[in-house]
Design a protein around this ligand. Structure first.
Ligand SMILES: [Zn+2]
Length: 289
């Protein structure tokens, strides 16, 4: 098997990276510096350079397109974070405009505005946000996203820490109410990988992203099932590269190595799978194919 970047036509498309206003990103890094208290394990963020340096790093890794995702941990943040992310996506080469939502009275208003202004991906963080994705305040927002066909990357799994409303069973109720939604299970639903794949079998528009999955770091507390590569065969066109750059406690290449190892393990995956995961599927989701 050749190196990931060698076989990928069009360069890497990363559906799950984080760029935020500097002040917010510093706070996120401070949080990870105290990961021992929050997660019971150290989390040494690898890529702490300036915004310019981080953009240069992505380019040097072969990433040509990426979705810079933002998320809110309390009400009153999602609107201005979304405005920032739409602007950042428009002014930054390689980035696409994105948005986030939070259950609050003006959510439909700022989401509709972001979609009008070209948002191509939306992040929903059920764990950090601490909200119920079934909140009636979000119903119209989910409907709007389903109608627009804009993918929504949802961190709704129970890892690395359980939240009040995490759990794929909770999010399934959103999918049942909005079956047209193009949702992407962030971190492949970590640690409930099997349940994520079961859900994908029932919801044909449901995808997963690879963020942190299969790296030595997550294998320690959320190991993949041994039949993971074989089970990916049925959903091979619904798996998208995601990484959590820059907030990862290991080099970016480790994620690519994990995807490469799945491709190499099952003959039915191989180079075609690499091309799909690392470029074609995330490019299709972001509408840049
Ligand atoms: Zn993330």
């Amino acid at each position: 098997m050749s190196r990931a970047t060698d076989v990928v036509v069009g360069g890497l498309v990363d559906l799950h990276v984080h760029f935020m206003p500097d002040r917010v990103l510093r706070k996120v890094w401070t949080f990870f510096d105290r990961a021992g208290e929050h997660y019971g394990m150290p989390w040494p963020v690898q890529y702490r350079g300036s915004e310019t340096e981080r953009l240069e790093t992505l380019a040097s890794l072969g990433v040509t397109t990426f979705a810079p995702l933002v998320y809110a941990h309390k009400p009153g943040m999602a609107r201005w974070l979304t405005e920032w992310a739409v602007d950042f996506g428009h002014r930054t080469p390689g980035a696409v405009p994105t948005a986030t939502i939070f259950p609050e009275p003006d959510v439909v208003e700022y989401l509709a505005q972001a979609l009008d202004e070209g948002a191509r991906c939306v992040k929903v963080h059920v764990q950090v946000g601490g909200f119920d994705p079934r909140d009636p305040l979000l119903a119209k927002a989910w409907g709007l996203l389903a109608e627009a066909g804009v993918p929504v990357v949802v961190h709704c799994g129970n890892g690395p820490r359980q939240g009040a409303f995490t759990g794929l069973d909770v999010f399934e109720q959103v999918l049942a109410a909005h079956p047209g939604l193009v949702a992407v299970l962030a971190h492949a639903g970590l640690p409930d990988f099997g349940i994520a794949l079961d859900l994908m079998a029932r919801y044909p528009r449901l995808h997963l992203d690879t963020t942190m999955v299969g790296t030595a770091f997550t294998e320690r507390f959320a190991p993949l099932p041994s039949d993971w590569p074989a089970r990916l065969v049925d959903v091979a066109d619904r798996v998208a590269l995601g990484t959590d750059f820059p907030n990862i406690p290991y080099p970016y290449e480790e994620q690519l190595a994990a995807v490469r190892s799945w491709a190499a393990t099952d003959d039915r995956l191989g180079d075609a799978f690499l091309q799909a995961v690392l470029h074609d599927t995330p490019a299709r989701l972001l509408g840049v194919a």
